[in-house]
Design a protein around this ligand. Structure first.
Ligand SMILES: [Fe+2]
Ligand SMILES: [Fe+2]
Length: 200
């Protein structure tokens, strides 16, 4: 699926559906983080066009947040405080550790965009699993919601990947670095195990 080198453990979707409230609350926080990350990247954009694309991405993530928030409301759930985001934090640490010294700000931006792309790719894969499993359970509305988000995440993956190529001006370098980070992401996923969280 997209750039991912290892598929999600099939047990994940069972754990997620058996703890749907926890999953939805985590999902809402993920949309907030996706929006703030897009804005943070916009502040580091190399030109106005890149900033514009990242601002549009942030707006879309805010719309997703509001949609998940509505779902929480329908279920009588409170958003509450976010749990520590080990997955994203570890990805950033690994990228920093595996980045050769003396890298330019452009290489740092490359990594940040690629980490964003990887997170979108993993969400995309898992939203597909959720959409299919929810449809089997007869939860049509929520299945359609995750079906739509699956398509959005695939698009976001592509946007961030294309911006990474623009940031470094070298497609081969982008592909090579994404492949390195994708292996790290797969190892991290295996280490984190399965939880009722979008990236748990
Ligand atoms: Fe989103
Ligand atoms: Fe997204």
């Amino acid at each position: 699926m997209l750039c991912l080198v290892k598929a999600t453990d099939p047990v994940w979707v069972e754990v997620a559906l058996n703890n749907l409230d926890a999953l939805l609350i985590d999902h809402a926080h993920c949309e907030i983080k996706a929006a703030t990350n897009a804005l943070s990247l916009a502040s580091r954009a190399i030109d106005g066009r890149m900033a514009e694309q990242l601002a549009a991405l942030a707006e879309e993530e805010v719309r997703h947040f509001r949609q998940v928030l509505d779902e929480l409301g329908r279920r009588g759930l409170r958003l509450g405080m976010p749990l520590p985001d080990t997955y994203a934090a570890e990805l950033r640490t690994i990228a920093h550790r595996t980045r050769p010294t003396g890298r330019s700000p452009r290489e740092t931006l490359l990594d940040r965009l690629l980490i964003g792309a990887l997170i979108e790719a993993r969400s995309c894969e898992r939203f597909r699993l959720l959409a299919d499993a929810l449809a089997v359970r007869g939860e049509r509305t929520l299945a359609t919601f995750y079906e739509d988000l699956f398509a959005s995440e695939a698009r976001h993956y592509r946007t961030l990947y294309d911006l990474a190529v623009e940031a470094i001006g070298n497609e081969e370098r982008t592909r090579e670095r994404l492949a390195e980070l994708a292996w790290e992401e797969a190892r991290l996923n295996a280490r984190l195990g399965v939880e009722a969280a979008v990236h748990g």
